[in-house]
Design a protein around this ligand. Structure first.
Ligand code: NAD
Ligand code: ADE
Length: 419
């Protein structure tokens, strides 16, 4: 299976619209564009087969084109059954990318597409959330044994990979792209902050000013969402389990309380924890009539949809992306995007400018893995610091921003214990 099939997308006739979307993204991804030009000249990925499981968006298309410009043969599947932009997938298929993705995949189709990528026997694997890494280690170990190296895009995927490493099962070196400063400080915080609000507004068109928005988790994603919701006039409440993060939220000026209390006062609930059952039956039962529920964490486990299904006597789709649940107590709760990533399902994911940095780290990490083939251990590595600061430097340059440079005297001062 897989190698004989070239692609599987929803509708190839959407390709012209997809090409325009990709062109739009490319214009806003100057760092990746510089890397693409260098890759085109140097061909550092010549003969390299890359298997990628990523959200199939216009920004991912620019990454895939960059890898292909470097000489790679790319096999691509979606990292979420609902996040694929079908026009973009069609355009990629027309460009000769082996893309197996469409919006609305069933669970079986989703894992079938991941298996197609695995069957291509990739030398390098790129993942967002860890489903490809997990599939290779669980079901296709013979393929995993031959992988040169991999990367991981998001917090949840890195957590899963560290568990594999801890148990001594990791079969290839992995670079945790998520942990680059030029990734999580911008993508997780500003990217998710903006695109989560964007998704909620596109789905509901509610006024955020004056609403009580409850954000679960004050990590990089949660603080971005809290900051942007406040910027739109919402009263923001934060829930946390980590005392330090909770204290940060308090000192950033947010109200902090347990979900059991927040459930009673929230108008909009947004989960951003990477954890399961953060909002569950006991909370749904306390909520106000009309409360809106959205998730920004990687998997659809943060809001317990199964509890909601059990408590509901009726459900219906009232708008695209919005499911109304009528509980036995008569209250109506509105779940967005079936509890999946609201920013990618109800909107377009992060803006291209921020994916520019995340995917520049991806492209340079792939090049690094190829250059260092056979020299790395079966461990989870951070993105090399030189790559991280190069991405920041290029991004600043693309924005026309100059910064100061240390004088020799300052360098000596900063490296000495004497005054
Ligand atoms: P993080 O580790 O920085 O933050 C998670 C926070 O949630 C931590 O502070 C943790 O203490 C808290 N938490 C855990 N369990 C909790 C609970 N039961 N109640 C309240 N708080 C709890 O992680 P992050 O980088 O902010 O990522 C969060 C999630 O978002 C992950 O699943 C990640 O993969 C995902 N993510 C999504 C997008 C997107 O496009 N939607 C982008 C980046 C990351
Ligand atoms: N994750 C969040 N936003 C994204 C986007 N626009 N493209 C790919 N992955 C993403």
């Amino acid at each position: 299976m897989g190698r004989c099939m070239e692609y599987k997308v929803k509708d190839l006739s959407l390709a012209p619209r997809g090409r325009m979307q990709i062109e739009w993204a490319r214009r806003h991804m100057p760092v990746l564009e510089l890397i693409r030009k260098r890759f085109e000249a140097e061909k550092p990925l010549k003969g390299v087969r890359v298997g990628a499981v990523l959200h199939v968006t216009k920004e991912t298309a620019v990454l895939v084109e960059t890898l292909a410009a470097g000489g790679a043969e790319v096999w691509l599947a979606a990292s979420n059954p609902l996040s694929t932009q079908d026009d973009v997938a069609a355009a990629l298929a027309e460009e000769g990318i082996h893309v197996f993705a469409w919006r609305g995949e069933t669970s079986e189709e989703y894992f079938w597409a991941i298996d197609v990528v695995a069957s291509a026997q990739p030398h390098i694997v790129i993942d967002d959330g860890g489903d490809l890494h997990a599939h290779l280690h669980d079901k296709r170990i013979e393929v995993a044994e031959k992988v040169w190296g991999g990367t991981e895009e998001t917090t949840t995927g890195v957590i899963r990979l560290r568990a594999l490493e801890r148990e001594g099962l990791l079969r290839y070196p992995v670079i945790a792209v998520n942990n680059a400063l030029t990734k999580y400080l911008f993508d997780n915080r500003y990217g998710t902050g903006q695109s989560t609000i964007d998704g909620i507004l596109r789905a509901t068109n509610i006024l955020l000013a004056g609403k009580v928005v409850v954000v679960a988790g004050y990590g990089w994603v949660g603080r971005g969402i809290a900051m942007r919701a406040r910027g739109m006039g919402a009263r923001v409440v934060v829930t946390e389990v980590d005392p330090v993060k909770a204290l940060e939220a308090v000192m950033d000026g947010f109200e902090v309380m347990p979900m059991s209390r927040a459930a009673e006062i929230g108008d909009v609930f947004i989960t951003a924890t990477g954890n399961k059952d953060v909002i569950r039956a006991e909370h749904f039962l306390k909520m106000k009539d009309g409360a809106i529920l959205a998730n920004a964490g990687h998997f659809n486990v943060e809001i317990s949809v199964s509890d909601l299904e059990k408590l509901a006597k009726e459900k219906r789709e009232v708008r695209p992306c919005v499911t109304e649940y009528i509980l036995e107590n008569g209250k109506r709760l509105y779940l967005l995007a079936e509890g999946r990533l609201v920013n990618l399902v109800c909107a377009e994911g992060h803006p291209s400018e921020v994916m520019d940095m995340s995917f520049a780290n991806q492209a340079l990490s792939v090049e690094y893995l190829v250059k260092n083939r056979g020299r790395l251990e079966r461990k989870v590595y951070n993105v090399p610091a030189e790559i991280d600061s190069e991405v920041a430097r290029l991004k600043l340059r693309s924005m026309g921003i100059e910064i100061d440079v240390l004088t020799e005297e300052q360098k000596r001062y900063l490296s000495s214990w004497k005054l």
